[in-house]
Design a protein around this ligand. Structure first.
Ligand code: P6P
Length: 348
């Protein structure tokens, strides 16, 4: 829970991170504080470049393609380089995994620290030219005892992460962070150059009225997803609510930028989903640096995050770029979704 202070007593992200370190007492070395401050700096730097993008012609294709086979935009490359350089310079990391790099970065011995960071430096980048909110997503692991930094340190379940967050770049820059003690949101005050606490202790509503799926993939959806979506689009009118009124259908909101869709879901409630389907056998979203961090934040905010049949944070990765089905959001909405994956005998 973030500390409560008068408005003349600004809580910056730096102060919040330090308070979190102090909460942990002598056990905290300050290394995570230094690492999170390095990440904070990258978000400020990337936010500046995203804001200027159209002015200094940073949009448009860089002519190269990333490991996903997608054409990279100039901002992608810049954002990735900013993060790798800052994380290496922090001397608090041993292994880095980026959506933009095929191989993991093993930090050289003289700059090596005890944390590993997995990140998508500019998720949703295909939306850059349309001015849609895009974002940086990150998760932090501590290296395994005795490790000097190997792939094994990042091929761990998301439940072992020590921190996760995202920065959404839009009309303002919003950084949302958890270090395992709830979720807090910060807004970049450009005049101060500081992220200021604006959304203390984010709690996702236990049920929402919004679903967020790319229904353009409906012809490929498996039966549990089809049946779930029908249950909220055409609710059984014989079921009345507390006021004796029939259940209303959910509203559809889909931006196509995970950071933006998840941010709305955390604040307003409801369910976000990118299922596996007949075309995408394991879905589209990446386990390490999209699903895990967003699942970590969702659970810390009181929600649920599932593959449909398994808690996302319990998935054991085998490849740094593997994909994973994602359903996350309000506890009761995600429980409803999961019920459609249970076999009839399990449902009884
Ligand atoms: P689709 C953006 O490219 C992204 O990785 C996520 O940010 C987003 O949730 C998803 O892909 C959108 O995919 O197939 O709906 O365009």
């Amino acid at each position: 829970m973030a500390e409560q202070v008068p408005s003349t007593d600004l809580i910056t992200l730096t102060r919040h991170i330090l308070a979190e370190q102090n909460r942990l007492g002598a056990a905290a070395t300050g290394d995570l504080t230094m690492l999170l401050n390095a990440i904070q700096l990258t978000s400020k730097f990337i936010a500046t470049n995203v804001r200027k993008a159209r002015l200094i012609n940073l949009v448009g294709l860089a002519g190269e393609t990333n490991v996903q086979g997608e054409e990279q935009k100039k901002l992608d490359i810049l954002s990735n380089d900013i993060m790798v350089n800052a994380l290496r310079a922090s001397r608090k990391t041993a292994v880095l995994v980026s959506e933009e790099l095929e191989e993991a970065v093993m930090i050289e011995a003289d700059k090596r620290g005890k944390y590993c960071v997995v990140f998508d430096p500019l998720d949703g980048s295909s939306n850059i030219d349309a001015g849609v909110n895009i974002g940086t997503i990150f998760g932090v692991y501590e290296i395994q005892p005795g490790s000097q930094g190997t792939l094994a340190d990042v091929l761990q379940p998301g439940s072992t992460m020590v921190a996760a967050g995202y920065t959404m770049y839009g009309s303002s820059a919003n950084l949302v962070l958890s270090t395992g003690n709830g979720v807090n949101g910060f807004t970049l005050d450009q005049g101060l150059g500081e992220f200021i606490l604006t959304h203390p202790d984010i709690q996702i509503p236990k049920r929402g009225k919004i679903y967020s799926f790319n229904e353009g993939n409906s012809m490929y959806f498996h039966e549990p997803v089809i049946n779930y979506l029908n249950s909220i689009k055409y609710p059984d009118q014989s079921i009345k609510n507390g006021q004796g009124k029939p259940k209303a259908p959910y509203s559809s909101r889909y931006i196509g930028s995970m950071v933006a869709d998840v941010h709305r879901t955390l604040l307003y409630g409801g369910i976000f989903g990118y299922p596996d389907d007949k075309k995408s056998k394991k879905g589209k979203l990446r386990l390490l640096y999209e699903a895990f961090p967003m699942a970590y934040l969702t659970e810390q905010a009181g929600g649920l995050a599932t593959t449909g049949t398994k808690r996302i944070l319990d998935v054991m990765p085998t490849d740094i770029h593997e994909r994973c089905p994602v359903f996350l959001g309000s506890k009761e909405d995600v429980e409803d979704l999961m019920s459609f994956y249970q076999t009839p005998t399990e449902k009884s």
